[in-house]
Ligand binder design. Structure first.
Ligand SMILES: Cc1ncc(COP(=O)(O)O)c(C=O)c1O
Length: 417
């Protein structure tokens, strides 16, 4: 050790919580596969067929650039200062009115907290609603970052099964509800499966939760994470718990549907019927401030009404739909099975049975196969990352060449078997 080197290793400075993630298998598979793709690209040697990440491939719509240019020109004094932690009043009113129409609820500005993307909204909501040790019931497969969000808030994730086609199984949620359950976390349309939870199943879940609340006297809150809700291929609006169960917080962002993942704008919408709703609003605002966000980016807040109200304020979901259908058909020809794609960025096909049988003992077949594909310059995420083995998650937030190349790589790997 030299005089200038600090005592102890860098790792020892990290909290146990973070060390456990960096040292263990807990770091995100999605990130790991994405990094592999980045490394392959940096090394050169031809194209990389990277279907690992849900990074929007469509540029934001024309209305976004128009709004941004106008906002940048606006030098009204005070425009760039701090504001109420929940966000600008006029923007919250706009969102409340728009979301209220969607859900058939009378919402006001104290139903909306503008956040740093959906991830920020989830961080704020989990911290505001649950105490250390509380449980979050989540249907699997689920977005792998949920495990990290729960870890940061000291919460325990309780995964429950879904149906064969990844629809919600209310009876599985019912079985998992216990004294420590605080939140049921839903994600529809789903990452990684693309499933949209059916209205009938949400009705059943509402009935299950009402019975639980009556029995225990303690509301379980539904947190409904829906950043893909405006990327449904047939244009239908996905069913929501907002109109079915009073204790619901709807979380979303414009990372995906406006292609603004880097700009970080989203919101939490509280049902007007939520127990102690104004106090919950105050709690979320407090968490927005003290988790270090303070408020959502001011320019992006101001942009929202301009873009969402414009006729050209949309990305063309048909591009993702067409690519998803091409990928689905190609995979089906190769023996993979998945429900027809309906929404969002992802397909979650099951590996052919003979491929599962070929995996070495002790290694999940999806992890084994995804690693073999890397050698063919094809990057996908194993289903194990989302709590369900023997599946792969493939993203269509890429380009047509990557989809074609990935299908060729998968076919070649199957042939090589
Ligand atoms: C299901 C789900 N929830 C939340 C997020 C986070 O979205 P945002 O970038 O708006 O924070 C993502 C992003 O991939 C997601 O897939």
């Amino acid at each position: 050790m030299t005089a200038s080197s600090p005592p102890g290793s860098t790792e020892e400075l990290l909290s146990r919580r973070v060390r456990a993630v960096l040292d263990g298998t807990g770091e995100s598979w999605t990130r790991r596969m994405f990094e592999l793709g980045r490394r392959l690209r940096a090394e050169g040697g031809g194209p990389v067929y990277d279907l690992s990440l849900g990074n929007p491939s469509l540029e934001p719509p024309p209305a976004f650039f128009r709004a941004l240019r106008a906002l940048v020109e606006d030098d009204t004094p005070g425009t760039h200062r701090y504001m109420t932690n929940a966000g600008f009043l006029q923007v919250r009113r706009f969102v409340a009115e728009r979301e209220g129409r969607r859900f058939g609820l009378e919402l006001d500005e104290e139903c909306v907290v503008l956040t740093v993307g959906a991830a920020g909204a989830l961080a704020v909501t989990l911290r505001a609603l649950a105490d250390e040790g509380d449980e979050i019931v989540v249907p699997a497969p689920y977005f792998s970052e949920y495990a990290h969000y729960a870890r940061h808030a000291g919460l325990k994730l309780v995964p429950v099964r879904t149906t064969a086609d990844f629809d919600l199984a209310p009876e599985a949620v019912a079985e998992a509800l216990g004294d420590h359950t605080r939140i049921v976390l839903l994600n529809s349309p789903n990452n990684p499966t693309g499933a949209i939870y059916g209205a009938g199943r949400l009705n059943e879940l509402a009935a299950v939760l009402r019975r639980h609340v009556t029995r225990t006297g303690r509301p379980v809150v539904v947190v409904e994470d829906a950043p893909y809700r405006d990327l449904v291929y047939d244009g239908q609006t996905p069913a929501s718990m907002m109109s079915r169960y009073p204790h619901t917080v709807h979380v979303t962002s414009h990372s995906k549907d406006l292609g603004l993942a880097g700009e970080r704008i989203g919101y939490a919408v509280l049902s007007s019927e939520l127990a102690g709703r104004r106090r919950v609003f105050a709690g979320l605002s407090y968490c927005n401030r003290t988790l270090g966000f303070v408020n959502a980016p001011a320019l992006m807040q101001r942009m929202l009404p301009e873009v969402l109200g414009a006729p050209d304020g949309r990305v063309d979901v048909a591009v993702y739909a067409r690519r998803a259908r091409t990928l689905h058909a190609g995979l089906a020809r190769l023996g993979f099975s998945a429900a027809p794609p309906r929404a969002g960025f992802f397909l979650f096909p099951r590996l052919p049975d003979d491929l599962v049988a070929r995996a070495p003992a002790g290694v999940p077949a999806d992890v084994w196969f995804a690693e073999r594909l890397v050698a063919r310059r094809c990057i996908v995420v194993p289903g194990t990352a989302f709590g369900v083995a023997d599946h792969l998650r493939l993203s269509v937030a890429t380009d047509d060449d990557a989809v074609a190349g990935a299908l060729d790589a998968i076919a070649a790997e199957l042939d090589a078997g």
